[in-house]
Design a protein around this ligand. Structure first.
Ligand code: PRP
Length: 190
């Protein structure tokens, strides 16, 4: 055995060390911004769970963690439906707290456009966004990302929380799904 089988999936776009360094920088920025303020980190399920787990552990100020389930794509994540649905809502009152939304990727921006408008009706002190990845070339709704990990090209990415058909979220790095991967039978056809 030379390593986990999943390391053979896709081409590494951002390796673990690079992710870890950038997450630490974002954590330091967020700590400086919110130090001592009432803060709720709101992780958007499912994709952000790995980023959120790493990011929140390098934020050095007391915070509450909440989760919201959103779905913006139908079937395999290769095209947007433009429809956003809340599949699991926040149970914690957001009034009187700053909200830091934690996302894995901003693609068209439709999901966060919907979410930010929805959260604003709950009277938080502020709403800011931390996103690991952004694909600016796919923007439909421009989103202000306050803490951004990396801009990436318009490639289908998996790993570090991001899936293809529900799998590969557990890759420790960000990889690009190439058409060859599907041709080799590594990915199911849809
Ligand atoms: C992904 C990602 C964002 C959204 C971004 O979620 O986690 O929430 O797509 O896309 P947009 O900017 O085009 O709206 P997805 O619906 O794939 O669900 P998942 O997080 O459960 O994988």
């Amino acid at each position: 055995m030379t390593g986990p089988v999943t390391n053979a999936i896709g081409e590494v776009l951002i390796d673990e060390t690079t992710i870890s360094r950038r997450v630490a920088e974002l954590g330091a920025q967020i700590t400086a911004e919110y130090h001592g303020e009432p803060l709720v980190a709101l992780a958007v399920l499912k994709g952000s769970f790995v980023f959120a787990a790493d990011l929140l552990r390098v934020i050095d100020t007391p915070l509450a963690v909440e989760f919201i389930g959103l779905r913006s794509y139908i079937g395999g994540r290769t095209s947007t439906s433009g429809v956003v649905e809340i599949t699991n809502d926040v149970k914690y009152p957001l009034g009187g707290h700053h909200v830091l939304v934690v996302e894995d990727i901003v693609d068209t921006g439709l999901t966060l456009d919907y979410l930010v408008k929805n959260l604003a009706t709950r009277n938080p002190l502020s709403i800011k966004i931390a996103a690991l990845l952004h694909k600016p070339s796919r923007t439909i709704k421009p989103i202000q990302i306050d803490y951004l990990g990396f801009e990436i090209p318009d490639e289908f990415v998996i790993g570090y929380g991001l899936d293809y058909d529900g799998r590969y979220r557990n890759l420790p790095h960000i990889a690009v799904l190439k058409p060859n991967d599907a041709q080799l039978g590594l990915f199911p056809s849809r």
